[in-house]
Design a protein around this ligand. Structure first.
Ligand SMILES: *[C@@H]1O[C@H](CO)[C@@H](O)[C@H](O)[C@H]1NC(C)=O
Ligand SMILES: *[C@@H]1O[C@H](CO)[C@@H](O)[C@H](O)[C@H]1NC(C)=O
Ligand SMILES: *[C@@H]1O[C@H](CO)[C@@H](O)[C@H](O)[C@H]1NC(C)=O
Ligand SMILES: *[C@@H]1O[C@H](CO)[C@@H](O)[C@H](O)[C@H]1NC(C)=O
Ligand SMILES: *[C@@H]1O[C@H](CO)[C@@H](O)[C@H](O)[C@H]1NC(C)=O
Ligand SMILES: *[C@@H]1O[C@H](CO)[C@@H](O)[C@H](O)[C@H]1NC(C)=O
Ligand SMILES: *[C@@H]1O[C@H](CO)[C@@H](O)[C@H](O)[C@H]1NC(C)=O
Ligand SMILES: *[C@@H]1O[C@H](CO)[C@@H](O)[C@H](O)[C@H]1NC(C)=O
Length: 909
């Protein structure tokens, strides 16, 4: 679940954020001179250009500074304004977090204040205005801060005229965008960056986080010898990082996080003033140099999700000032305890997902300042180490899949600051009274899924409502009913109870209006789904898949919640019609009704679901024609109608284009579709023509910055089966699933020929046309589908030869052309030599090494006839002929014979 994990991330982010902030203080004399009237006018005019809106600033301490400005007072005394002590000119404007909302005028009166040295407009909402190029006129500027203020577009090159700049902050630090997306608002051309570097040579602070630069970094960056802080977080940088930057004498902060294509390794460090180093999710690689021990000012080292490996040098243990270390998701080995045990200032330690071998954890108890400890996938092999009882400051403890054994110790309740306790996928056992956790008054996230615990509700009768638990994950915890203490969790947002043996859901559950996610899949729920479920108006995620639910689907289920994104009811015994109403502007992204006994037609009101990405009604009794009306759903990516009673043509009606703009998986198999091959429609499937699957981004994953860290509680497994004979794939990771491009039209009554245009769907990975009434030849254009992994054309009436181009498809793992009317030789080169006879059987006219019937007519100077080469003796004769020709004729003969007999020749030699 995205929001659960993001809570953990947010907590972590807040710690990191506080450490990555870098404040630059300037001193100004507190004299109040008399302001120039033209400057006073300019300021008031600027003020008039905006309205005050308290949503425009994130900082809760912000207030509208301009509110008190008025023409009857000295502008030098206004809130946020400072003037020069001698000239009385306005030299300083600080309107940070002032709740300003509105567009910034390109000719704003602000740019008349040419004596400005400080301009801070951060944390306001300029409503996506471009940064005015007139900013270049403020040539005296030393400090310019436009961060967090919703400017957009290209940063004007004129910024490089500000040659006196000491600090430039155009960054956008927020990670939580309303829809979770992180598309950058601002872009900076490399040429502009070069000019800034060339001209603003005294610059000390350069913050361009979330500014798309999308290039390599210029080597001249190392000329900025005054640089103290550089942040290029998420700037789409690539190429080699100029290593000289590490040696800049004044550098204190270097933040290159989230530039996955930026490469580099750590240099031999000299003693330096570096205090914070962030390289997470970059292409940095190599080992940590021993010389890292010289970074005696380092307080933050965050290098998760890079390509580092090797041992942690013990010299790190000398850096006792370190407060935050994140080494997670690398390939570090050995035992880091010697390096870490003496770092008693540590507040945040993440060593998860490496290859560490740690024998004892007693040293962790010495790190009594820890507020966050993450040791997922670190083999503990024992109970939760007693030394952790010392970590009374701990806010977050995450140890997923860490081979923790034994019972949950009672002293865990001594860690009263815990907000997140995350212990899934371990071997914890014992009977545990859930109410115990109510003692942890700050606990918001509890995850005990996939252990061997037997959880039960206590006998607590009071209705204490002071628990802060928002997310409770108890998947696979031997529950036979929903623990009653859940009733009292007034802030519960997410409840996951998958893989238990719960038979019914209590009515009080439908009163929990705070609930956003409810997952009770793979339990033993029976009976009907009560319409009361539609009281949960905040639900975004509802998953009751794989139970024994029966009866009708409540008709309110399509439109009870404007926020519902996922509706998964697959694998039950639900009957009757699919809910027919879906309100305009709904948020539905995934609907899975598959494997039930639903009837009737598809609800046409689904056209209101403009966010719909995944729609699966396979294995039901739906009786309808092809839903051409879905062609305009802008996000639809996956459409599965298989195993129903769909019928009629799969065709665009005349004068219509069959857009399906994002569709890339379509499964129409096992229906009654008829008519000719849907060629016009195929031509409209643009997404299937892409070979770059990274373009198939899936909305919920567009938070790709942290996609690696977001563990979705995978409720439903995504399967795609091609052919009855064994090529099936299970996708546990939605993103992998979503990068698949596949068409399955098998087991229908499609007639006619397969058109050559099929070769335009360059991204196709799976293509199944089996068991139809297709005639004509196999189009040679199939050979252009270079990503194809599985191709099934079996059980049709295809004739002619197998195009030799098919043998060019490098990744083809599965091929089936059996039971057609194909003739001629089977190509023998490349992948084709790995396919067995069952790929080809049932074609009278085919010959080749896979079949009893060998080919002879194309094999060179042989007198054997196509029809009587079935005995193996003749084969051997032929075989030797070829070898001899290869020997005598040398290379030319070998080439003339094609690759067909190459394998045999090689074996002989
Ligand atoms: C560099 O700064 C000077 C002085 O401010 C300015 O005239 C010039 O245009 C700037 N150069 C660039 C490339 O911006
Ligand atoms: C900046 O660096 C380049 C090489 O990286 C060098 O050629 C140039 O002279 C430097 N400029 C200054 C002003 O130091
Ligand atoms: C730690 O620092 C001390 C004193 O500065 C030095 O002698 C020692 O070699 C350092 N240890 C490591 C492992 O670098
Ligand atoms: C930790 O510090 C103690 C005392 O200062 C010292 O004796 C020990 O060697 C240090 N351990 C490591 C691994 O540096
Ligand atoms: C617990 O922390 C204290 C410092 O707060 C430390 O002196 C003590 O050694 C720690 N105990 C263990 C078992 O690590
Ligand atoms: C937990 O707290 C109780 C009461 O404060 C205390 O007696 C006990 O020793 C603590 N347990 C551990 C393991 O620290
Ligand atoms: C679930 O509970 C029922 C009785 O309520 C029992 O018959 C069944 O075996 C249980 N299933 C599992 C997987 O424990
Ligand atoms: C197979 O193809 C031959 C011609 O190549 C044709 O005569 C025959 O009727 C076809 N058989 C079937 C079953 O389509």
């Amino acid at each position: 679940m995205v929001f659960v994990r993001s809570l953990v991330l947010l907590l972590k982010f807040l710690f990191l954020y506080s450490l990555f902030t870098f404040t630059f203080t300037t001193c100004f004399p507190q004299i109040q001179p008399k302001c120039h009237q033209y400057e006073s006018h300019a300021l008031l005019q600027f003020k008039e250009g905006f309205v005050i809106n308290n949503l425009a600033s994130d900082n809760l301490l912000g207030y509208p500074k301009t509110a008190s400005w008025n023409s009857s007072t000295d502008c030098c005394s206004w809130d946020g304004i400072k003037c020069h002590e001698h000239t009385n000119q306005v030299i300083h404007i600080d309107l940070s977090s002032s709740q300003l909302y509105g567009k910034m005028d390109a000719n704003s009166s602000l740019f008349r204040l040419v004596h400005l040295r400080v301009l801070d407009l951060s944390d306001n909402d300029f409503n996506y205005s471009p940064i005015p190029s007139k900013i270049g006129q403020l040539s005296q500027l030393k400090h310019l801060n436009l961060s967090l203020s919703l400017f957009s577009g290209e940063i004007p090159p004129h910024v490089s005229q500000l040659s006196k700049l000491l600090s430039l902050d155009l960054g956008y630090r927020a990670i939580v965008h309303p829809k979770g997306s992180t598309s950058n608002l601002l872009q900076l051309k490399l040429s502009s960056l070069r000019s800034i570097i060339q001209n603003s040579t005294k610059i000390e602070i350069l913050f361009l986080s979330f500014v798309t630069i999308s290039s390599t970094l210029p080597e001249t960056l190392t000329n900025l010898t005054s640089l103290k802080a550089l942040s290029l977080y998420n700037s789409e940088l690539y190429g080699a990082f100029p290593v000289g930057v590490f040696h800049l004498p004044n550098l204190e902060l270097l933040d290159l996080r989230y530039n996955p294509n930026l490469n580099g390794s750590l240099p031999e460090f000299q003693s330096s003033s570096l205090t914070r180093l962030g390289l997470d999710q970059t292409g940095f690689y190599g080992t940590l140099p021993v010389s890292i021990g010289k970074l005696s000012s380092l307080i933050l080292l965050s290098i998760s999700d890079c390509h580092f490996f090797g041992y942690i040098p013990s010299s790190l243990g000398n850096l006792t000032q370190l407060m935050d270390i994140d080494l997670s998701k690398n390939k570090f080995r050995g035992n880091p305890s010697a390096s870490l045990a003496n770092l008693t200032q540590l507040r945040l330690l993440d060593i998860s997902h490496n290859e560490f071998t740690i024998e004892t954890f007693s040293w962790v108890g010495k790190l009594s300042s820890l507020i966050s400890l993450e040791i997922s996938s670190v083999n503990i092999g024992s109970e939760i180490p007693l030394s952790f009882a010392n970590l009374t400051q701990l806010v977050l403890l995450s140890a997923e899949n860490s081979n923790i054994k034994g019972e949950i110790p009672s002293w865990i309740m001594n860690l009263t600051n815990l907000v997140v306790l995350d212990l899934p996928f371990n071997s914890l056992h014992g009977k545990l009274e859930l109410d115990t956790f109510l003692k942890l008054k700050k606990l918001a996230v509890l995850n005990l899924s996939f252990n061997k615990l037997s959880l039960y509700s206590g006998k607590r009768s009071s209705h204490m409502t002071d628990s802060r638990i928002q997310s409770l994950e108890l998947d696979s915890c031997n529950l036979v009913e929903i623990p009653t203490f859940i009733r009292d969790l007034g802030e519960l947002e997410y409840l996951a109870l998958a893989l238990n043996n719960i038979t019914s859901l209590p009515n009080w559950l439908w009163e929990k209006e705070s609930l956003q996610g409810l997952v009770v899949n793979q339990n033993s729920l029976t009976g009907e789904i009560t319409p009361l479920i539609c009281n949960l108006k905040s639900l975004t995620y509802l998953d009751l898949a794989f139970n024994n639910l029966s009866g009708n689907v409540p008709s309110c289920l399509g439109n009870f919640s404007q926020s519902l994104q996922t509706l998964a009811l697959k694998g039950n015994k639900l009957s009757g019609p699919i809910p027919q109403t879906y309100m305009i502007g709904n948020s539905l992204q995934r609907i899975d009704f598959s494997n039930n006994i639903l009837q009737g037609q598809l609800p046409r009101a689904l056209v209101n679901s403009r966010s719909l990405e995944f729609f699966d009604v396979s294995y039901n009794n739906i009786n309808d024609s092809f839903p051409l009306w879905m062609k305009d759903l802008p996000e639809l990516k996956v459409l599965s109608l298989s195993n129903n009673e769909f019928h009629g043509d799969i065709r665009c009606s005349d004068n219509m284009t069959c857009t399906f703009p994002k569709l890339h998986i379509i499964d129409l198999s096992h229906n009654e579709f008829s008519g000719s091959f849907p060629s016009e429609m195929i031509q409209g499937w643009k997404t299937m023509k892409t070979t770059n699957t990274s373009q198939l981004q899936y909305e919920s994953y567009s938070t790709s910055n942290s996609a690696g860290q977001i563990r979705t509680t995978q409720s439903t497994f995504y399967t795609f089966t091609l052919s009855n004979k064994g090529f099936s794939r299970v996708y546990e990771n939605l993103q992998n699933f979503y990068s698949l491009i596949a068409i399955d039209i098998s087991s229908n009554k499609i007639s006619g020929e397969i058109p050559q245009v099929i070769g335009e769907l360059k991204g196709l990975v799976l293509l199944n046309l089996s068991n139809n009434m297709l005639i004509g030849s196999i189009p040679s254009s199939l050979g252009k589908l270079s990503k194809l992994e599985a191709l099934d054309l079996s059980l049709n009436s295809l004739s002619g030869k197998i195009p030799k181009q098919l043998a060019e498809i490098t990744f083809l793992e599965y091929l089936n052309v059996s039971f057609n009317n194909l003739t001629g030789p089977i190509p023998q080169n490349n992948q084709f030599s790995t396919f067995k006879d069952d790929s080809f059987e049932g074609n009278q006219g085919l010959c080749g090494d896979q079949l009893v019937k060998k080919c002879i007519d194309h094999a060179g100077p042989s007198t054997f006839d196509d029809d009587d080469d079935d005995d193996s003796e003749s084969f051997f004769e032929l075989y030797w002929t070829v070898v001899l020709i290869g020997y005598g004729g040398g290379l030319v003969a070998g080439v003339a014979l094609g690759n067909t007999y190459f394998p045999q020749l090689k074996r002989v030699m």
